[in-house]
Design a protein around this ligand. Structure first.
Ligand code: ATP
Length: 342
């Protein structure tokens, strides 16, 4: 099912939570709504679901206007952060619930429900736990049961609000990859909310960046990372050095700085070398951290005007070893790529 949001606005009292949102999601996409706390992600998800009414604008599902339609008639499945599983029901009964409460005319037979629930539990790799209760499961397992329960009624759209928010880092990582492959298998149009940019980039085919109730940018993860539309997106997605240039800065640049703008430079877009003498040095090496295959190097800019400005550079471990640098060494910096924003 495709989703079109047309000019959606929502106020809570005098506070504008969503401001003229326009968004088109083609059928079968896996979209991340990404943004800082309070930017309106959950509100937008609730409006799509029909749990919240917009003050103005339309919600179209498969081209049909569903703005006034009740949540139960939109064909949407949900998974929320605090795994609202029924505690007194087994895993099997939780997943079967949505099928058993269907009106008699469209309710599957007991045998069909049995087959379908086991197939779904196999899909989320939990069939062996079908007779356990939610309290006897790990957080990640509960989350997968919640997903199986949402999928049981064959929703045309799946909405996931911070689905992995309450889980520890390694379980989150596993579930991200698992959600991505599950999505490719089922191809249900899905939207998940996250404030974790890494999660959005890793899982989604398209990322929508929200801030203060407005869409700042949307596109494929690589588009957003490589071509941020503005300073907010550049700083929110990945690490960025924000550098002001004036005549005295002396850093080597790929182009002439536009007036009054700052350079946004990714840490891997700076080439670092040992300075041959003090006169041509740009920065002093302060420290470094290991990030797996990469090293993040922390430098302090040498400047007669403002001291203490930190610049971060990233490079592969091997390359860093070959430079044989130590703390306090002076280095030159060559910026290879920059985006310019006010
Ligand atoms: N029922 C409500 N009444 C008043 N204000 C609300 C209500 N629901 C949400 N808000 C406000 O609207 C803004 C957007 O809330 P929303 O829950 O959509 O943000 P979010 O981006 O999902 O945030 P988070 O990442 O913290 O969950 C927030 O400032 C919030 O305080």
């Amino acid at each position: 099912m495709s989703i079109i949001l047309s000019d959606i606005s929502k106020n809570f009292g005098r506070f504008s939570a969503l401001n003229h949102i326009n968004l088109e999601i083609p059928e079968g996409e896996l979209v991340a709504l990404l943004g800082p706390s309070g930017c309106g992600k959950t509100t937008l998800l609730r409006i799509i679901a029909g749990l919240e009414q917009a003050d103005s604008g339309r919600v179209l599902l498969s081209g049909e206007d569903k703005t006034e339609q009740h949540v139960s008639r939109r064909g949407i499945g949900f998974v929320f952060q605090h795994y609202a599983l029924f505690r007194h029901m087994t895993v099997f009964d939780n997943v079967a619930f949505g099928l058993r409460v269907k009106p008699k005319k469209i309710r599957p037979s007991t045998g069909d429900i049995h087959r379908k629930v086991h197939a779904l539990l196999e899909l989320v790799q939990l069939d062996w736990l079908h007779d356990r209760f939610p309290d006897q499961l790990s957080g990640g397992q509960r989350q997968r049961v919640a997903l199986a329960r949402a999928l049981a009624v064959e929703p045309s759209v799946l909405l996931l609000d911070e689905p992995f928010g309450a889980l520890d880092a390694s379980v989150r990582k596993d579930l991200r990859l698992w959600l991505r492959s599950l999505h490719y298998e089922l191809n249900v149009t899905s939207i998940f909310v996250t404030h974790d940019q890494e999660e959005a980039m890793e899982v989604a085919s398209r990322v929508v960046v929200l801030n203060h109730g407005c869409i700042e940018q949307q596109g494929a993860p690589s588009e957003i990372y490589d071509h941020p539309a503005n300073a907010f997106v550049s700083k929110f997605i990945g690490q960025t050095n924000v550098l002001q240039f004036d005549q005295q800065e002396g850093l080597l640049l790929p182009n002439t700085p536009p007036d009054g703008k700052s350079a946004h430079v990714r840490p891997h877009d700076i080439v670092l070398a040992k300075a041959s003498n003090d006169d041509n040095a740009h920065a002093v090496l302060r420290d470094w951290q290991h990030l797996g295959a990469l090293i993040r190097i922390e430098l302090e800019k040498i400047s007669p005007y403002h001291s203490g400005l930190s610049i971060f550079v990233e490079m592969p471990n091997e390359q860093f070893k070959q430079l044989a640098l130590k703390k306090g060494d002076k280095v030159t910096l060559q910026i290879q790529r920059a985006h310019w924003f006010h």
